[in-house]
Design a protein around this ligand. Structure first.
Ligand code: DP6
Length: 333
């Protein structure tokens, strides 16, 4: 291995959402999903063996007994407690690779340049960057498809964050997950814009993992989800290919709101939308009725992401003060 490995991975926003697992341990999804990566917004991760001292027999024994506690995990330069869910999730993931890397503890430094409260999945860019940093550290030279499958084990949506641009994650059918990986769609769309509205930084009540499982188990509306997602992903693929922004926006918005309908009909209900989210959903409908071509998407949280083209940028910015505008194809690092 090298002295240190490092990598950057972009965050991504799904236009056709991943919601529901057929295997929780391997993060195998029920439906395929399609996302757009956010250029230079994401996570940079650096990874090295924690320290030389671990080579001594007694500390090595300690590492073997309880390896996770020996990782040092930093988030934006702040050391995270080993008990924090952030450090635990990283350590549990590193446990998968520890035996082939000398059973050592790691020092992991994670820098997110994603506005933390914006409800952008930092687990997606986080696990993608971590896998690529591991690959760089160990000198495996794995192909993207393998990196995507490994990132998936950390977080499903991370499988898509190993690529720039439009990305499709194939759900696959094999129980071992060998056909469940993401692939880059080679279409560019330089005029594509994403607007981030930070409405609230209220922590989400239920994380994606538990939220999905609850929805699959209890929501009567979930039954129609896999069929709809299958249709939506084809429509969005075609829309990207033909640069049909109306078809893309309509389908992405309907897909996101349908996902929220399955969440709301779960029991206990999963209501991620806050009053501010609702107000914004209505405002999007209003400005669209006035002729502005803008659509929305929402993940498992209260914040809204807007989808529009460069030609509408000034009008959209005027209608939504405080909007952070991302140019996914112009800001590839
Ligand atoms: C609503 O990838 O965070 O953002 O696999 O349990 O880690 P785990 O879930 P995660 O779920 C993302 C759900 C979503 C939709 C999406 O990004 O496709």
């Amino acid at each position: 291995p090298k002295a240190a490995g490092s990598a950057f991975a972009p965050s991504n926003i799904a236009l056709c959402k991943y919601w529901g697992k057929r295997d929780a341990a391997l993060n195998l999804p029920i439906n395929s999903s399609l996302s757009i990566s956010l250029g230079d917004l994401g996570t940079r991760t650096e990874l090295r063996i924690r320290d030389e001292g671990i080579a001594s027999t007694s500390s090595r024994r300690a590492v073997e007994a309880m390896p996770s506690s020996l990782d040092l995990v930093y988030l934006n330069d702040a050391l995270q407690s080993p008990d924090s869910s952030f450090a635990q999730r990283i350590s549990a993931f590193l446990d998968l690779f520890r035996p082939m890397l000398g059973n050592a503890g790691f020092e992991v430094r994670t820098e997110n340049n994603i506005p933390t409260a914006a409800g952008l999945a930092s687990s997606a860019s986080g696990f993608a960057a971590l896998v690529m940093a591991l690959d760089d550290f160990a000198g495996w030279g794995l192909e993207r498809r393998k990196l995507s499958m490994l990132a998936r084990l950390g977080s499903g949506s991370a499988s898509r964050s190993v690529y720039d641009g439009f990305v499709q994650w194939h759900a696959g059918t094999h129980p071992d997950g060998s056909d469940s990986f993401a692939e880059k769609l080679s279409f560019q769309w330089p005029e594509f814009r994403i607007g981030i509205l930070e409405l609230t930084d209220a922590a989400k009540p239920v994380g994606s993992r538990d939220g999905m499982n609850r929805t699959v188990e209890t929501s009567p509306l979930y039954r129609s989800w896999p069929t709809q997602a299958g249709r939506d992903i084809e429509t969005i693929r075609r829309a990207i290919q033909e640069k049909d922004f109306s078809a893309l926006g309509q389908t992405a918005e309907q897909n996101a709101l349908s996902m929220h309908a399955t969440m709301m009909s779960a029991w206990p209900p999963l209501i991620y939308l806050q009053p501010e989210s609702m107000a914004m959903i209505h405002q999007v409908q209003r400005v669209r009725a006035d002729g502005l071509e803008v659509y929305l998407t929402i993940d498992a949280g209260p914040n809204i992401k807007l989808l529009f083209l460069e030609e509408s940028e000034a009008d959209v910015a005027g209608s939504f003060p405080g909007l952070k505008i991302i140019k996914p194809f112009e800001e590839v690092p």
